[in-house]
Design a protein around this ligand. Structure first.
Ligand code: BES
Ligand code: ZN
Length: 440
């Protein structure tokens, strides 16, 4: 266990922030650490791509054994705002039974668990299945090259019988959870120019358009305050989820007070009467992720800005197609921008939703081991977050992709003070050893 924590300590010290081009060196250095470490443990390593490469490491046991592909990502989100961290985000800190650092939950902790679950089996001479680690470096920026990189390793990957992804959590501590659905995502950046410079709001108020107003109106037309998306045809492909499924999901999920406490929000937004608590799991959603326009410095400045910019993203559920949604949004913005106004709309991320059959025999076997180890019934859940690689792997190789993991909801992924439960970090390694040694 100490070795696993030392390893995690080492890898969190590299600021592998994929969205920040200034962090390229940190990423190379981290990949080198992974390479040296696994090569020493007699894995065959292959590194594909230049910028945020895909790292592959193989351990072959026998041609009679099944081959398991184990996915993790080594890139992380930016640590900012730094002043809200209680400890250095790039140094492992253990406090009150939790490990703190950027990426410790998403996804370097689980990556470490994957490595050590296999190393422990190797050490005891017990490893039964062939193992192929796939460590991605672009997950947090939408896995743009993942499919392309996989194509360069087809000769290795064609042998994989099933994939595991442990970039997810448990609904509650020690309640093992398998995720059978993830939402997809399309992410946009929109800019509006009404002219070349800011203008005096007294001299020009009423005479010219205000770019901030234009974006506000567009957003208000796109979605109402409750969360219903109003872009024409947006829900066209969304299918009704059965009441049985919704009831199962809500039964296993948190209640309103638990959600409020974890999220530290003052109130919840009821999208519908019955299933609002699981609305981030079962419905699509649209969120403005950032908005900028005009003057927000000290005091007052009476201007009409000439420019506004916003970032917004849409989470998609099964059967919705990112390309189709992108077209609907393009059309919507074009139709709702006043004539003569300049604008640009860019698509930054595009990932399909993931939806799988949770009655597959490999999943049943995995659930059984999870139940034995945690002494609790395994919960089958949907996740509102996105992991583009899950759908890409499933679609490309037509093999089961099983999602399970040990991150708790209060782990602050993407936020300050990201953490992982120390018990679950340790227990997870033991449990994964059992899972990866199943006779599939
Ligand atoms: N680990 C998360 C996905 C996740 C979120 C799992 C919540 C469990 C609970 C993953 O690293 C992530 O953050 N994905 C991004 C993908 C996007 C940038 C394409 C996301 O969902 O925003
Ligand atoms: Zn993430």
């Amino acid at each position: 266990m100490k070795e696993a924590l030392d390893f995690l300590n080492k890898i969190v010290s590299f600021q592998s922030v994929s969205t920040d081009p200034r962090k390229e060196k940190e990423i190379f250095a981290l990949v080198k650490i992974l390479k040296n470490f696994l090569a020493k443990e007699k894995f065959k390593v292959k590194i594909i791509g230049k910028k945020c490469p895909l790292f592959i490491a193989e351990k072959f046991v026998s041609s009679k054994s099944k081959t398991i592909g184990i996915y993790s990502h080594y890139d992380v989100q930016p640590a900012e705002p730094l002043n809200l961290w209680h400890s250095d985000p790039f140094k492992l800190t253990i406090k009150n039974g939790k490990i703190f650092a950027r990426g410790v939950a998403d996804n370097k902790g689980p990556l470490t668990q994957n490595i050590f679950s296999i190393l422990n089996l190797v050490k005891e001479n017990k490893l039964k299945n062939n193992i192929i680690f796939l460590f991605e470096g672009e997950e947090e920026i939408g896995s743009r090259n993942f499919s392309f990189y996989l194509n360069q390793a087809l000769s290795i990957l064609k042998n994989v019988d099933l994939f595991f992804l442990t970039d997810v959590g448990m609904v509650k501590k020690n309640v093992p959870t398998i995720y059978y659905a993830l939402r997809g995502i399309v992410y946009f950046e929109v800019e509006v120019w009404t002219g070349k410079k800011d203008l005096h709001s007294g001299v020009y108020g009423n005479l010219v358009y205000n770019p901030s107003q234009i974006l506000c109106e567009i957003f208000a037309k796109m979605k109402d305050l409750k969360g219903k998306i109003k872009i024409p045809d947006f829900y066209k492909r969304v299918r009704r989820i059965s009441d049985k499924e919704k009831k199962d999901l809500i039964k296993n999920f948190k209640n309103a007070n638990e959600i409020k406490k974890i999220a530290e929000v003052y109130t919840l937004n009821p999208l519908d009467k019955k299933y609002s608590l699981i609305s981030a799991k079962i419905y699509p959603s649209l969120e403005i992720n950032g908005f900028y326009s005009g003057y927000i410095g000290e005091g007052s400045k009476t201007i009409i800005p000439n420019y506004a910019k916003a970032k917004f993203s849409i989470r998609l559920v099964e059967y919705q197609k990112p390309e189709e949604i992108i077209d609907l949004v393009k059309k919507f913005i074009k139709n709702n921008i006043p004539k003569g106004i300049k604008y640009s709309l860019k698509v930054l991320v595009n990932a399909k939703p993931f939806f799988s059959d949770f009655n597959h025999p490999y999943i049943i076997k995995t659930a059984k081991v999870l139940e034995e180890e945690f002494k609790n019934k395994c919960v089958f859940m949907r996740e509102g977050g996105s992991i583009p690689s899950a759908e890409i792997l499933m679609n490309k190789f037509k093999k089961p992709v099983i999602l399970t993991g040990f991150i708790l909801e209060g782990s602050n992924i993407h936020a300050p003070n990201e953490n992982m439960d120390l018990d679950l970090f340790e227990k997870g390694i033991l449990v994964l050893s059992k899972i990866y040694n199943i006779d599939f």
